[in-house]
Design a protein around this ligand. Structure first.
Ligand SMILES: C[S@@+](CC[C@H](N)C(=O)[O-])C[C@H]1O[C@@H](n2cnc3c(N)ncnc32)[C@H](O)[C@@H]1O
Length: 221
């Protein structure tokens, strides 16, 4: 396993699986984030928890000058850092976006306030929506770095606390391959079986319904 500053990061080993992941590479959720970001020519964007780089790629294709940040060196970010301590001055980017990463943040409230601090205009957030405690347990069994998914009400509170006005909100059900979902995090054997039982109410064969929310927040002036 590669090391970051002497500390093991489980995401280094998974990096290629996330670069190759079909549900991360495309989808209506990704299309909506790019649409909300608006025209990219002459504008800058920060992708927080950039992982395999799919959101960053799409924002670059839309014309944005994109900077990526992620604590995993294996994900090849421009800057290795956590969302909770972004090493940028206030109002450094036109758009700050984060997709499918905030359920890993140790302190989601602090991370959102950091994103609000470094944006000039917009914060775009997509993440897993809280479904129930069975899904939370399955997520943690599959990936010990899962911290917590929150309800939409909680995210609205966090946006308000960070000085962001919610301009748009969407909830999308994504149908993903359950076996591929387990494999990306090397979850197999008894752990996989337990996770399968826990999310049986979200499974149809190998098709797993993963519900995400998307929020567009405008920085209050
Ligand atoms: C599922 S991947 C992100 C997918 C990516 N945004 C995309 O659109 O394809 C989750 C990422 O969150 C990162 N991460 C974990 N903890 C983090 C933290 N505290 N701050 C920022 N990123 C974090 C991981 O290193 C990983 O690369």
């Amino acid at each position: 396993m590669e090391r970051n500053g002497g500390q093991e990061n489980p995401w280094d080993e998974r990096a290629q699986a996330y670069r190759d992941s079909a549900p991360h590479a495309s989808g209506p959720d990704l299309d909506l984030l790019v649409a909300w970001a608006g025209p990219g020519e002459g504008r800058t964007a920060l992708d927080v928890g950039s992982g395999g780089g799919h959101l960053a790629r799409r924002l670059r294709e839309a014309g944005f000058a994109v900077t990526t940040v992620d604590p995993s060196a294996g994900m090849w970010p421009d800057v290795i850092c956590r969302a909770e301590e972004l090493p940028f001055s206030a109002a450094s980017f036109d758009v700050v976006a984060s997709r499918l990463a905030s359920h890993h943040f140790a302190d989601a409230e602090l991370a959102l306030s950091e994103m609000a601090r470094v944006t000039r205009e917009l914060v775009l957030l997509e993440d897993l929506l809280f479904v129930d405690e069975r899904v939370e347990e399955a997520e943690t069994l599959r990936d010990a770095s899962h911290v917590r998914a929150y309800s939409l009400d909680r995210w609205h509170e966090l946006f308000a606390a960070a000085g962001l006005e919610v301009e748009a909100a969407e909830v999308i059900d994504r149908e993903v391959s359950f076996s591929a979902w387990l494999a990306r995090c090397d979850c197999e054997g008894e752990r996989a079986e337990k996770a399968r039982k826990l999310v049986s109410h979200r499974l149809d064969g190998d098709s797993y319904t993963s519900t995400v929310f998307l929020l567009e927040g405008k920085k209050a002036r």
